[in-house]
Design a protein around this ligand. Structure first.
Ligand code: AMP
Ligand code: MG
Length: 408
């Protein structure tokens, strides 16, 4: 095929190489349930209860013994059972019990018949259909057995887990402390928002993207601001981050032009590898160890920084934080327009996924230059184009990865 793969590291190799070296570094603590939102469970949660805790009715209707119905005569209503107010009385043969959803079924109930399948004449109830045994009864323990693992260690608690844990009576949980991540941007050209720009300056945008993604992940962020391309200031920032955080993430200064400079410094302080990844955008990437903290050096180009964070740093941070991590689902869609691509790198193009008349369709957001940030904001998915693939014609099927998680 003749494309140059020399020295370019496949994304999967880079990811595997990093993950092999990393282990969870966050201690655990016990928190009241409402304070644990966004935290990661340090151990499995076994259910202290059976759910539901008792046999109960799934519908409004009548609790019956099927043998009583065989005679074909109406049953007499013996009384009523409501959620929170079980039926307490006698239940002689030839009788049924009016029951509401969630109410415990009286002992001996074989089925609950919904009220639509009955006719009431005072307290004489006629049943229009023969029920199946067990019909409309939710059995004790049918959702969760007592002692069953309901959530495994590594689960990040979202609004979906909170009511589940509350339903089991779990008042406190043991969770990991948040991962502490120091960040800074490097570059003489960078200015913080809220200050005027001189000719040649640009606003530092990467720090806002990285901070936002860290917040989504539930990490604590130590923002060290903008550090100019000055060895003494960079050195001081690296040392401070290493002393105060579990992880340092920087952007800029890892491409060929700057790498020597950063490399010298990092060689002196720790063990850092400078990689050329076989992905686009986001070729330059640095990973390694400072004396205490792990280091991730992202490319300066804003789209590259976001994509390398999403694809590489996110799974690495999840591992350090003790969190189970799964990438969003990948889907197949038909591209409605040609896509520019040359073989040699795995492309994460920015796309707009929509439902077409015959299935999922995707189109490009336009320029895929890694400095064109608006293309990321207009997109709702990556178009993932395989490394060896060349130009894509309209009508071809491509893999898409809808944004969720971090980039939503
Ligand atoms: P570098 O990797 O430092 O060579 O930067 C590559 C490109 O990204 C240059 O055009 C930089 O000006 C730009 N860049 C680097 N850092 C940032 C940042 N924090 N925000 C916006 N653009 C940046
Ligand atoms: Mg730079």
């Amino acid at each position: 095929m003749g494309f140059d793969t020399s020295g370019l590291l496949p994304l999967s190799d880079a990811l595997q190489g990093m993950l092999e070296q990393l282990a969870c570094c966050c201690d655990s603590e016990q928190l009241p349930l409402p304070e644990a939102l966004g935290r990661v469970l340090a151990s499995d949660i076994a259910s202290p209860l059976a759910v539901p805790p008792f046999d109960n009715s799934a519908m409004d209707g009548y609790a019956v013994r099927i043998a009583d119905l065989a005679a074909g005569t109406p049953l007499i209503m013996a009384g009523k059972a409501f959620a929170g107010q079980p039926y307490q009385g006698e239940w002689p043969a030839g009788h049924c019990v009016r029951i509401m959803t969630g109410a415990p079924v009286p002992a001996g109930t074989d089925a609950v018949v919904i009220q639509e399948e009955t006719q009431a004449d005072g307290d004489r109830i006629t049943f229009l259909a023969q029920p199946e045994p067990g019909q409309n009864i939710r059995r004790a323990g049918s959702d969760i057995g007592k002692g069953a693992c309901v959530l495994p260690a590594g689960t990040r608690l979202t609004p979906r887990e909170m009511p589940l844990l509350a339903s089991l009576g779990v008042a406190t949980v043991v969770v990991r402390r948040p991962l502490k991540v120091a960040i800074f941007s490097t570059g003489d050209e960078l200015k913080p928002v809220g200050t005027p720009l001189a000719h040649g300056d640009i606003y530092d945008s990467n720090r806002y993207g990285v901070r936002a993604m860290l917040a989504r992940m539930g990490c604590d962020c130590l923002d060290l601001g903008i550090i100019p391309d000055d060895p003494a200031q960079l050195r001081a920032a690296f040392i401070r981050a290493d002393e105060e955080a579990d992880v340092l993430i920087t952007t800029g200064g890892v491409s060929v032009g700057d790498a020597d400079f950063t490399k010298q410094l990092l060689d002196e302080l720790g063990e850092i590898g400078f990689w050329k990844l076989a992905i686009k955008p986001g070729k330059p990437f640095a990973f390694g160890r400072l004396p205490r903290a792990w280091f991730f050096g992202l490319p300066g180009n804003p789209v590259s920084a976001m994509v390398t964070f999403d694809q590489l740093v996110q799974p690495a941070l999840a591992k350090l934080a003790g969190q189970r991590f799964e990438r969003p689902l990948q889907l197949q869609a038909v591209t409605t327009e040609p896509l520019r691509k040359s073989p040699g790198r795995l492309d994460f193009q920015r796309g707009i996924l929509s439902q077409g008349p015959n299935g999922l369709e995707v189109r490009s957001t336009g320029s895929q230059d890694s400095a064109v940030f608006s293309s990321l904001s207009r997109a709702n998915c990556y178009i993932v184009l395989e490394r060896e693939r060349g130009r894509v014609a309209a009508g071809e099927t491509v893999t898409v990865e809808p944004f969720g998680g971090l980039l939503l």
